[in-house]
Ligand binder design. Structure first.
Ligand code: SAM
Ligand code: SF4
Length: 329
């Protein structure tokens, strides 16, 4: 469906849990995490009702995220059920990969189309520092299983942070040498823990420059338009895969933003940055019928804000106070 600025909204990112088996410093606090009560989290049946309503409004792609989506039991069943909803063409997942090794095959068989695996370091000590858990070997096994399972598209996402994992940039890019995967670098957004910790993301221009210094000219790959996200992709001489960059801070993608987000508690967020949206859980549990649900979703999506305001003076006042693990990235 079109929103008030005539953007075609066709993608929903659904957080299935706010629980996580890592505690990445820029995403989730180590202590004092306020757990959502079990009964406040949307059930799979409720998520499916929302997906059916959204599919009726033109949503074609669903991404399951978290917290860590693989810690929620029966996630492959949810994938299968979402994939079966008429109108849903693509089901994707964003995961830290730690639990992926025993699950990758089942997820593929359930109909999962693509996986984005977040991996910020390939050195044990940097991974353990950043994720606050020494689980790099699990994540590596997860990535191997992902590649073996035969997914059409695998992306590895890294958030480079100044003085923390900068030296991992080249190591991670090397993953795309032998494998036909996309290794993407994503600029740190100054929200939640990242904002409070004072972390500074490495600007994408600098990441590109480092890669170009090592590998020579990067060749731009056109992605076409449509459901694709805001990444810019490049070929590196001698690599089977590609490298990509997402520079959401300096280059606003808001004018072509095609997505909305549903939190684990059932709040429809219209923009990653803003707190405005719709309490879908209240509708679901308040007895709204399918027509009323669809109407309310349609009205909310129509009001999607024009753009984020990370960099604007005073933007902090309008910032959503949710942490990233509560929103799903
Ligand atoms: N646990 C899963 C994972 O890590 O892939 C899914 C949820 S996590 C919130 C989704 C993505 O958000 C991860 O790739 C993570 O790196 C990214 N993320 C978290 N905080 C961020 C921030 N402040 N800026 C940019 N990306 C962030
Ligand atoms: Fe967990 Fe993902 Fe956040 Fe790391 S980035 S703490 S893995 S939700």
């Amino acid at each position: 469906m079109l929103d008030q600025f005539r953007r075609n909204i066709e993608y929903v990112r659904i957080s299935v849990t706010d629980l996580c088996n890592l505690r990445c410093r820029y995403c989730m606090p180590e202590y004092g995490v306020r757990k959502i009560r079990h009964e406040d989290v949307l059930s799979y049946e409720e998520i499916l009702r929302v997906v059916r309503a959204l599919a009726g409004l033109g949503i074609r792609k669903v991404r399951l995220t978290g917290g860590e989506p693989l810690v929620r039991g029966g996630i492959a069943d949810l994938v299968r059920a979402v994939k079966a909803v008429p109108g849903i063409e693509q089901v994707a997942m964003t995961t830290n990969g730690v639990l992926l090794s025993p699950m990758a095959k089942d997820l593929k068989e359930a109909g999962l189309d693509s996986v984005n695996m977040s991996l910020d370091a390939l050195s044990e000590d940097v991974f353990a520092f950043l994720a606050r858990r020494p689980l790099l070997s699990w994540a590596k096994k997860g990535l191997e299983a992902l590649l073996a399972a035969g997914f059409a598209e695998v992306k590895v996402n890294c958030v480079p942070i100044a003085g923390v994992n900068e030296d991992e940039i080249l190591r991670l890019a090397e993953l795309a040498r032998q494998e036909e995967i996309k290794v993407r670098f994503i600029e740190l957004m100054p929200i939640g823990c990242a904002f409070r910790a004072g972390f500074r993301g490495v600007p994408m221009a600098e990441v590109k420059e480092r890669l170009a210094r090592e590998y020579g000219t990067l060749l731009s790959v056109s992605q076409g338009s449509g459901i694709h996200g805001p990444a810019e992709y490049f070929r590196v001489p001698g690599f089977r895969g590609q490298v990509g960059f997402i520079d959401a801070m300096e280059h606003k993608f808001c004018s072509s933003c095609n997505r909305v987000r549903l939190t684990a508690e059932g709040f429809l967020k219209l923009c990653l940055h803003a707190g405005t949206g719709l309490d879908v859980r209240a509708l679901l549990r308040g007895g709204a019928d399918d027509g009323q649900l669809r109407e309310a979703l349609s009205r909310a999506i129509h009001r999607k804000p024009a753009e984020h305001f990370f960099l604007e003076e005073g933007g902090a006042g309008l910032r959503d106070e949710r942490y990233m693990y509560q929103v799903g990235g």
